[in-house]
Structures are given as C-alpha cells and as structure tokens.
Design a binder for this molecule. Structure first.
Ligand SMILES: *Cc1c(COP(=O)(O)O)cnc(C)c1O
Length: 414
C-alpha cells in the first residue's frame, strides 16, 4: 500500500502551477478523463472562437474574410505557432489536411529526393496509418521502391545504404516509448537516409526539438494533446534546407508561387507554402489555434514536468493498489523514456476498460491486451489519478468486469 491519501493528492493539486488551466476546459462533472492522448478535451474559448468565425467573419464578411481576417494565411500563421512547440522555425510548419494525407505527401517527397535508394524503413507495430500509407506511397511511386518493417530493437541496425527514408513515431502510440530523435536522425543521415518523424503523441506532451535533432520531415495530429477538436487539421514540417528540393505531389493551386495569376502551369511557391494543396477549413483551423495558444501559454516544459509526476504517481498507485491482478506495465518505467501516457496490459483488458468507463474513468484499449491511460497536465489533476486507481481497484476486487455487458465489442476506438 502507498501511504499517499487523496488529501496528499489534493495538496499537490493546490500547489500545481498549472492548476488554473483546468478551468479553461469544459469537462463533464463526473468524468475522470484519461484519454486526452486520443481526443483532447474542449477548451472553453473554442466555442466562442468558432462562433465568431462563423457568425461574424463568415456571416458578416463573406469572401472578404480571406483578407480581412487573414484566412488566406491561417495554415501558415497557426503552423508558426505549432512550430514553437516542436523546435522548428516559423516558416517550417503548416497546418493542413490529416496526418495520413501529410504522411503521403512527405513520403513521396522524400522518395523523389532519393533517386538512388529504394527502401522505406518502418518499425513493425507502429501506428497502422503510418504503415499503410507507406505501403500505398511506395506502390504509387513504383520503380522498385520497397517497404520494410523491422522490430524496434533491430531498427537502427537495419538502416543501410539502400534506405531512402526512415519513418517512425517519436512516441509510440501503444507503449509510449520515446525514440532518441537526435541519435536516430544522425544514424540515418550517416547512411544517407532521410527521416520523417510522426509527432502525433509528442507535440503538446513532451518537448520536441526538430531542428536541433537535424530532422528532415515531420507530421502530427491536431486533435490529441493540442486539443484542436475531433478531426482537427494536422501539421507538417519540412526542414528549411529541403524547401527548394522537396516537391508536393498534390500540387494544388494554393501551393503555387502565384495562385491568383490563374496560369495553366504549376510552379511551386518558394517556402513551406508549396506544401499546401487546396483551401483549408478556417473554422477547424481557428479551433485548433485556441488549443495551440493554450499550450504555448502553459509552456511545454511545465507541462512535461507535471506529466512526469502524474504518470509516476499513477504507476506507483497501480502497482501498489492493484498488485496480484495480472496487470503488467507495458510502458518504460523510467519517465525520461516515456511520453505522456501509461499502458498496462491484461488478458481481459478490454472488459476491464469497459467496466472502468462505466464508472466514469475514461481511458482506452488497444488490441490485443493494452489499456492506455493518457495524462494531460492542462486538465488532469493528481486527485483524478487517485480516483482512477481507486475505481480500477474496486473493479478488479469485485470482478464486476466479468459482467457480459463489458465484453460487447464494436464501434469506434480512435
Ligand atoms: C493518431 C495518429 C495518427 C492519426 O492519423 P489521422 O490521419 O489524423 O487519422 C497518425 N499517426 C499516429 C502515430 C497517430 O498516433
């Protein structure tokens, strides 16, 4: 048993420098939300911002909004804000489309930059869309491009002269394990390979230093730790040194050097703008901006510090309160090696998670046996961690997860 009581947890909340951020989110009263790594919570300002964009900007100004409200540059201006969270220059990031589509664009661009090499290298068991898009992009590219997946522990040793591109999730969606971005990028560059980092579980969770690591490309998600809302636009990063050589395979008009000349032949814009294809959703982009602004205001270092404390506390409580029930820590034990989520495996993890959700503790489950608990320091309290583990313990103790209603599968699991 740990000697930490709910009062201690509340004391920690009381002295938490980020405690006021919780009030900036609309959270249902009873819920302990530990799934902000999958869909971030709703910032209160988002509803106001979206209403203003819809009613005043769109409703009032119609097409003039593209200039008077700077809709035209929104993908770049919000991108510049995301850039600050990932250690990039302002003109290296844009907000656009989905992570999956951005993956395709950047994989294709990398392959074109590497005519002498044939292979895309990925980690087996990485997030499915990354693997699927690699398969699709290498098939679409044709001309002998191949796709290889290797286990994590063989990844570095598998980079060779034939590797065109290494694509990896910086923080693994299932285990939360962090790659050493600097070391992997360096190893890839030594072999002449380019690297594309998926930051979906990194941005807004841990500090990221793309430029310092020498990264080539990156993509990531707007609706997880950035709290941009369901299906929020994603972002993409291209290092400045590649801007003139990297091509956008979806060469749409808004990536043209002079889109309003309406000429027949494509000529890419000079900087990151060339990675735009078509018009972005301004409503969605402004909603995402609210989430990004909140994260910038909080400061990623303070967020990371609290995230480490929350997850340490969670692991310590689960292992002391729920020992003997077959839960196994899947995430790295050392906080330096772990993102902002903690995963435990259990052969009946699905049922246990369903039972937990019915007790208003929302985490999620990843087949075949992983229960994920995400810690989002802007709105997760130490008290929430305490409550979550207390309810988990009750469910394991009285075995209510064995109720057949919790074994019903189906539906969306994102
Ligand atoms: C969540 C996630 C995505 C999501 O892709 P979408 O195109 O937004 O659906 C992609 N990659 C990783 C690693 C993710 O965690």
């Amino acid at each position: 048993m740990t000697d930490v009581s709910i009062d201690t947890a509340r004391d920690w909340d009381h002295s938490d420098v980020l405690r006021h951020f919780r009030e900036r989110f609309a959270l249902p009263a009873k819920v302990v939300y530990l799934d902000g790594n999958s869909l971030g919570a709703l910032p209160r300002d988002t509803a106001l911002r979206v209403s203003r964009v819809v009613n005043q900007e769109w409703g009032g100004d119609l097409i003039r909004g593209w200039t008077v409200h700077d809709w035209y540059n929104a993908a770049l201006t919000v991108g510049a804000k995301v850039a600050k969270l990932v250690g990039a220059a302002d003109d290296e990031v844009i907000v656009t489309d989905s992570t999956s589509v951005n993956l395709f664009r950047l994989i294709f661009a990398a392959l074109q930059m590497q005519p002498q090499k044939s292979e895309i290298l990925c980690e087996a068991g990485d997030f499915p869309t990354d693997l699927y898009v690699c398969q699709g992009a290498s098939a679409a590219y044709g001309r002998g491009r191949t796709f290889k997946m290797v286990p994590r522990d063989r990844l570095l040793a598998s980079i060779d002269d034939n590797t065109a591109l290494v694509l990896l999730s910086h923080v693994h969606y299932r285990t939360s394990e962090i790659y050493d971005m600097h070391a992997v990028t360096e190893a890839a560059h030594r072999a002449g390979a380019l690297v594309l980092w998926d930051l979906s579980h990194s941005t807004g969770a841990i500090p990221v230093a793309l430029n310092r690591a020498g990264a080539d490309f990156a993509v990531g998600c707007g609706y997880k730790y950035l709290n941009g809302g369901p299906g929020a636009p994603a972002y993409l990063y291209v290092a400045q040194r590649h801007h003139s050589r990297a091509a956008n395979s979806i060469s749409g008009w808004l990536g043209h050097a002079r889109p309003f000349d309406f000429v027949d032949n494509y000529e890419p814009a000079a900087g990151i703008r060339r990675f735009l294809s078509g018009s972005c959703s301004i409503i969605a982009c402004r909603a995402l901006e609210v989430g990004v602004d909140l994260m910038l205001e909080a400061g990623i270092d303070r967020v990371r510090e609290k995230s480490r404390r929350l997850s340490e506390f969670f692991i310590q409580l689960v292992e002391s309160e729920c020992s003997g029930y077959g839960l196994k820590l899947v995430s790295p034990r050392h906080a330096d090696c772990r993102g902002s989520q903690v995963s435990f495996s259990h052969p009946r993890g699905f049922q246990i998670m369903q039972a937990l959700i019915s007790e208003f503790v929302i985490g999620d489950f990843r087949a075949p046996d992983v229960m994920r608990f995400g810690f989002t320091p802007l709105y997760t309290r130490f008290e929430d961690v305490f409550t979550a583990v207390a309810r988990l313990r009750t469910i394991l103790d009285d075995e209510r997860w064995k109720d057949p209603v919790y074994a019903v599968r189906g539906g969306v699991v994102t």
